[in-house]
Design a binder for this molecule. Structure first.
Ligand code: C2O
Ligand code: CU
Ligand code: CU
Length: 482
């Protein structure tokens, strides 16, 4: 029997974890662990190891946080303090990044310039602002050059921040499930396969897609009630095109942002690496089982592969895959879809416009470039001033999608290919398709210091498509002069 497991809870408390258990496994038994803050603080002991685990019902040699793939779910409230005691038991250096959180990029907070050597420990500590957006965030390694391999080994974990969106009555009443999407490329003996150089270049993908570490798990949702699905694309390179077959679903949020009102998903839901989607499914159809499908998505590889004498891509997106089943369970109290959610964010007028050109080329050993340059840890590419808003024109001159991600500050996508976006929402990853452009508005309200922006196809980031931004407290100069 296939082992199936879901993190499933309503109103913040766990109501069900195991749906079915494998009779016996000789490997470390994975538990769906939820680490919740208490009295305003969360303390986490987190250890990264290379471990023999069970993945999708088979034994696999993976990289894991606390012997789990995905890592434990952290759950905190806006305003909470988080302390992490991190131990690196991997054979290589690593570190931690808190993707999407609006916290300082310096010191022991979300500092990706820290390196934790094998066998060493590192403390991380930060406090969320009381008005931090509620949303699904995640933690993963971020040491330049090793990010793709470590994330592809399984290192990723979800992090929920409870905020204003969670106070909306219908959402409070909804049953909630977190779905962490990952893909793997394993040998028959369950070893991680070394990617072919060409797929490392384009972004490694695996043919095994898992949801919370399982293949096509079944989730029971309340008949008549509301099911909230919180999806995280924790894959290294794979862009998911998702469809809930024969069943309506509504988007209520993207990354760390909430929409002004639920939006019916009429086309498929496309999630680039790093993206999250917050979705509501009303249990108002005929009771039954509905399939969540991952459909083919071409991020520009097929054109590049045409005529090449490579083997076939193990993760080639040519087939549709059922990745989860939603099964109607017992009838619950009827919960309607909320009519409104949170007001659209407003922003001051940008004080300057920058252009960031994503392209392929050669800079030293690196071949994925921003404005003609590959990443250099000692070069500052952008200097921004605290208290300002900037407009960034991001242009993709290459024939492959590049999902653009910025640390520390979320942004609003205002235009795609010059056309205004009707409902801007706070995002931190935006997919810039081949030969397309997007215009984003970024506020730098707080948190001075150096941080990064990069392509979230992590092989591209490791091969140079990353830059450093230094956010400067320009007022400090005036303050001294006074
Ligand atoms: Cu999800 Cu810079 O990363
Ligand atoms: Cu990030
Ligand atoms: Cu890219």
């Amino acid at each position: 029997m296939e082992r199936r497991r879901f993190l499933q809870y309503a109103g913040g408390s766990v109501v069900a974890i195991a749906l079915a258990q494998c009779a016996r496994t000789p490997n470390v038994q994975r538990q769906a662990t939820r680490l919740a803050s208490q009295d305003g603080s969360l303390m986490v002991d987190l250890t990264a190891t290379a471990s023999q685990l069970t993945l999708a019902g088979q034994s696999a040699q993976l990289l894991a946080y606390n012997e789990q793939v995905p890592g434990p779910l952290w759950e905190v409230q806006a305003g909470d303090t988080v302390q992490v005691n991190f131990t690196n038991r991997l054979p290589d250096p690593t570190n931690l990044h808190f993707h999407g959180l609006h916290i300082p990029p310096t010191g022991k907070a979300d500092n990706v310039f820290v390196s934790v050597p094998p066998g060493e420990q590192q403390g991380y500590e930060f406090t969320l602002a009381p008005d931090h957006p509620g949303g699904l965030f995640w933690y993963h390694p971020h040491l330049h050059g090793l990010v793709a391999a470590q994330v592809f080994g399984g290192l990723a974990g979800p992090l929920i921040v409870r905020g204003a969106v969670d106070q909306i009555p219908e959402i409070r009443a909804a049953q909630e499930a977190v779905l962490v999407l990952q893909d793997f490329d394993l040998t028959r003996r369950g070893q991680l396969r070394e990617p072919d150089p060409i797929f490392r270049r384009w972004g490694r993908q695996g043919g095994l897609i898992t949801v919370n570490g399982d293949r096509a798990p079944t989730l029971t949702m309340p008949q008549r009630g509301l099911q909230r699905l919180r999806l995280l694309n924790a894959s290294t390179s794979r862009i998911y095109r998702l469809r809930l077959e024969n069943h309506p679903w509504h988007l209520i949020g993207l990354d760390g942002g909430t929409l002004p009102a639920p939006l019916a998903i009429t086309e498929d839901l496309v999630l680039a690496p790093g993206n999250r989607a917050d979705v509501l499914v009303a249990g108002d159809r005929a009771p039954g089982t509905y399939t969540l499908m991952s459909l083919p998505y071409d991020r520009g590889i097929s054109a590049m592969m045409a005529g090449m004498e490579t083997g076939s891509d193990p993760g080639a997106d040519t087939t549709a895959t059922a990745i989860a089943q939603l099964q109607y369970g017992a009838a619950a109290d009827e919960v309607p879809l909320p009519k409104t959610l949170l007001a659209s964010p407003s922003l001051a007028t940008p004080i300057r416009r920058r252009e960031l050109v994503l392209d392929h080329g050669i800079d030293g050993k690196q071949s994925f470039l921003i404005n003609g340059k590959g990443f250099a840890h000692d070069r500052i590419d952008i200097t921004a001033n605290l208290g300002t808003v900037e407009e960034w024109h991001i242009v993709n001159r290459a024939g492959m999608d590049h999902p653009f991600h910025l640390h520390t500050n979320a942004f609003q996508v205002r235009r795609r290919n010059g056309n205004p976006v009707s409902t801007p929402v706070w995002q931190d990853v935006v997919n810039v398709k081949a030969y397309e452009s997007v215009d984003i508005f970024v506020p730098f309200n707080d948190f001075p210091g150096k941080t990064v922006y990069h392509c979230h196809i992590l092989d591209h980031e490791d091969q140079g498509m990353m830059g450093i931004i230094d956010i400067q407290a320009s007022n400090a100069r005036n303050a001294i002069a006074v």
